[in-house]
Design a protein around this ligand. Structure first.
Ligand code: ATP
Length: 193
């Protein structure tokens, strides 16, 4: 069954404040959406709603397919060498892809034996992206994936998302940095209706 992610009239409230209301969009296999808006407007919250970590105040979220989530925390064991830290998740994920390919996609092959705690900020972000890529999940939920990346790594990220979409994957990307995501839906939070 092909992947799908749809919000239908979704509202999200946090700390007693409505962040966004009546948000609807539908992403089918191969589609992407970029979520933009000012600091504190609700981009991360929208991604958390899509991940099922935050219940919507109203509306429904429909999901077909597994999800992989990237947040500021890359969820990798800091003490393990990178390849083994990724292998831990691959053992849990239902249909993981080869770790070597995920490492290569983010130019991390040479860092495979290095403990995660020794990685730089950008390398850690790339490691989190490699975890998402290795998960085999068709739905990627990426919260600020370009933070800390240099231009070359940003290009690798754009290429990885394009390849994922070409294979029938979906990407929902919250970002305040520009990313080339051809044909992506644009979800602008805080914009006047
Ligand atoms: N656990 C929480 N309880 C109450 N309010 C929260 C909680 N988490 C976030 N908020 C509030 O919800 C609002 C939206 O936060 P969110 O992290 O979704 O914004 P954002 O658009 O991703 O911001 P940024 O661009 O700074 O990352 C903020 O005002 C924040 O203070």
């Amino acid at each position: 069954m092909s992947a799908a992610l749809a919000f239908d009239a979704v509202s999200c409230a946090r700390g007693g404040r409505m962040l966004f209301a009546d948000l609807s969009f539908a992403l089918r296999a191969g589609a992407a959406a970029v979520v933009v808006g000012a600091n504190g407007i609700g981009k991360s919250s929208l991604v958390r709603v899509a991940a099922g970590l935050l219940p919507p105040a109203a509306g429904t979220v429909a999901i077909t397919g597994n999800r992989a989530l990237l947040t500021e925390d890359n969820a990798l064991d800091p003490e393990l060498p990178l390849a083994r830290a990724l292998g831990f998740w691959a053992a849990i994920d239902g249909r993981p892809l080869p770790i070597a390919a995920a490492l290569a996609a983010f130019d991390l092959t040479a860092l495979a034996p290095v403990p995660v705690r020794l990685l730089s900020t950008g390398q850690r972000k790339r490691a989190g992206l490699a975890r998402v890529a290795a998960s085999g999940a068709p739905i990627w939920l990426l919260d600020e994936p370009a933070n800390g990346l240099d231009q070359r790594a940003t290009t690798l990220l754009e290429a990885a998302i394009a390849q994922h979409r070409a294979a029938g994957g979906i990407a929902l990307v919250a970002t305040h940095l520009p990313l080339a995501l051809p044909g992506a839906h644009r979800i602008v939070l805080g914009a006047a209706a």
